[in-house]
Design a protein around this ligand. Structure first.
Ligand code: PGA
Length: 255
């Protein structure tokens, strides 16, 4: 049985005081939660402040991106070691906004994946198709390339520290979530791919989050599917009450 995994992706939102307040609200709200792994991913400048708030709690810290080198002349970049140093457990990589707004390629993302795992952090690798790709019937082909290239060179052991987030781009921030059936279909396809790459045991163990307009009102239906193991939550993670409700409804969907 896979433990549900729910992470909040705050993107480029909050200021220092609201970040600390939101983290404190999440920490209080999930203090009695045992049935899921919970993480919050603030903007990197607020990681240290948020780390102080969640230290010793059942809320883990994640970053939204990082670079694939340890140190050096990479102005503006942050290394996995630095993220670990400030208390991160997870790094989101390959988010659609990094792919489509910042132009990140699968090749770059895969370098980051390997560096982050080598640095003792866990990866949340985001994959997902654009609307026109879905409409052209290319969803599986697109996701396949992103999964295969993103995870290239990893061992079965590495995969213990990888979660996949299936995030159809048309569902991100739009209010239009994938239907539970669409999510299940994509998740089951991804699990099959992982199986062909790393074997059945790894496929059974890997957690696949759904992301894209997850709300307290739809999380239960989404997570009731056998291959939907959690969520990567954007907008609805910016308010402690709604994020905590998502965590609790998600757990109840699995019990
Ligand atoms: P959303 O974002 O929940 O606001 O749709 C999800 C994400 O981009 O991770």
């Amino acid at each position: 049985m896979r433990k549900p995994f729910i992470a909040g992706n705050w993107k480029m939102n909050m200021d220092r005081s609201s970040a600390v307040e939101l983290a404190a609200g999440v920490k209080a709200g999930v203090s009695d939660v045992l049935g899921a792994d919970v993480a919050i991913c603030p903007p990197s400048v607020y990681l240290s402040s948020v780390a102080e708030v969640v230290a010793g709690s059942n809320v883990a810290l994640g970053a939204q991106n990082c670079y694939h080198e340890d140190k050096g002349a990479f102005t503006g970049e942050i290394s996995p070691g630095m993220l670990k140093d400030v208390g991160c457990t997870y790094v989101i990589l390959g988010h659609s906004e990094r792919r489509h707004v910042m132009g990140e390629t699968d090749e770059l993302i895969s370098k980051k994946v390997r560096k982050v795992l080598g640095g003792g952090l866990e990866v949340i690798l985001c994959v997902g198709e654009l609307l026109e790709q879905r409409e052209a019937g290319e969803t599986e082909a697109v996701v396949r390339v992103q999964v295969e290239r993103g995870l290239i060179g990893l061992s079965e052991e590495d995969m213990r520290n990888v979660a996949i987030a299936y995030e159809p781009v048309w569902a991100i921030g739009t209010g239009v979530n994938a239907t539970p059936a669409q999510a299940q279909e994509a998740h089951s396809y991804i699990r099959g791919l992982i199986g062909s790459m790393f074997g059945e045991a790894t496929a059974e163990a890997v957690r696949i989050q759904y992301g894209g307009s997850v709300k307290p009102s739809n999380v239960k239906d989404l997570m009731s599917n056998p291959d939907v193991d959690g969520g990567l939550i954007g907008g609805a993670s910016l308010e402690a009450g709604s994020f905590v409700e998502i965590v609790k409804s998600g757990i109840s969907a699995k019990s």
